[in-house]
Design a protein around this ligand. Structure first.
Ligand code: AMP
Ligand code: MG
Length: 321
């Protein structure tokens, strides 16, 4: 796998069986989730887990998130305290990952040698069925080349990984469109946010009745926390709503609808509310990037949900490389 000489199949939802067989053979299959497409390998196949890193061009040591069919399986893979059980009950299936103490069942390739493991139950029927039928968890980072924008459609997966993975299971466009919230929950430590996503800190605090600490400052613990990540080829610059930098030839724009922008430039207009904007953001970045602009100027949304997650991903796309 990952040697660049396989034919990548595009599987339709009624070819779920084929996806199960390929995974069982130790092959890699990209799968739809509500956040972004994941590049899946069976958690009990160390060879397949290692192949994920080759296919993505991802540095070794970056941990992978385990995807379960149901919260009932959580205890097999991790040590869940009352906080974790309550959060699983509240937010699974959904765009919410917990980093918890691992059990011995978890392969070291998944944890990158850590004593913790990231786990979630995705809110996508097709993929939950796939996991359930396979009988074990699937490890699945985003199905893009390392450092690139995450894929929210099967076509995006093929753009990045055609010829490097066995198949992509086409489950339509991802509903949320940005990666899951990651919360670290370790014994004797306050709940710590590692990455903002589709479940907000306010929602988490509501379930826990406790304050969530921001773990994004300090040492980089999650791959998604590297300064530059989720980046297209063009330079990305953030533009304050209502201001307009001097226009240049070769500019492209991403704006929430209703925001003025210079005439005659290539632009993607996204919904003004944060959730709608998030759902279209990665597609817009990929589509505009294909046109070869020198820079993509981006105005962030200011209303609705997922504003933290969008701001986080835009800051990473705009970070110096
Ligand atoms: P991706 O699925 O490509 O968005 O990447 C998975 C994210 O989860 C990365 O940011 C990982 O570093 C993070 N992650 C997974 N497991 C752990 C863990 N045990 N500790 C900290 N971060 C983790
Ligand atoms: Mg990723």
């Amino acid at each position: 796998m990952g040697s660049g000489c396989v034919i990548t199949r595009r599987l339709s939802p009624d070819e779920l069986e084929v996806a199960i067989e390929l995974l069982g053979d130790g092959a890699l299959v990209a799968v739809p989730t509500e956040t972004v497409y994941g590049l899946a390998a069976r958690a009990d196949r160390p060879d397949a887990l290692a192949a994920i890193f080759t296919a993505k061009g991802r540095p070794a040591g970056h941990p992978l998130i385990l995807h379960l069919a149901s919260a009932d399986d959580l205890g097999r893979w991790a040590v869940a305290d009352e906080r974790a059980t309550a959060l699983a009950e509240a937010f699974w299936p959904g765009p919410f990952t917990m980093v918890l103490p691992r059990t011995d069942l978890v392969d070291d390739t998944v944890t990158g040698g850590r004593d913790t493991v990231g786990i979630r139950v995705p809110d996508h029927d097709l993929t939950r069925r796939l996991i359930e039928r396979g009988g074990t968890a699937l490890a699945a980072p985003s199905a893009n080349r390392f450092g690139a924008v995450s894929p929210t459609e099967a076509d995006h997966v093929l753009t990045d990984l055609d010829g490097r993975i066995a198949a992509v299971l086409d489950g339509g466009a991802s509903r949320v469109g940005v990666e899951s919230t990651i919360l670290e929950l370790l014994p004797g430590r306050p709940p710590t946010l590692l990455r903002p996503g589709g479940i907000s800190v306010v929602e988490i605090e509501g379930v826990l009745g406790a304050t969530v600490v921001d773990g994004r400052t300090g040492e980089s613990r999650a791959a998604g926390m590297l300064a530059s990540h989720y980046a297209p080829t063009a330079t990305v610059e953030l533009v304050e709503s209502g201001t307009s930098p001097p226009a240049r030839d070769g500019d492209a724009w991403i704006v929430p609808s209703g925001t003025p922008r210079p005439d005659g430039v290539r632009a993607a207009q996204l919904p003004a509310d944060g959730a709608g904007y998030a759902a279209g953001l990665y597609r817009a970045l990929r589509d505009l990037d294909r046109l070869g602009p020198d820079r993509i100027l981006v105005v962030a949304p200011t209303e609705g949900d997922l504003l933290d997650a969008v701001a986080d991903r835009l800051a990473k796309a705009a970070a110096p490389r």
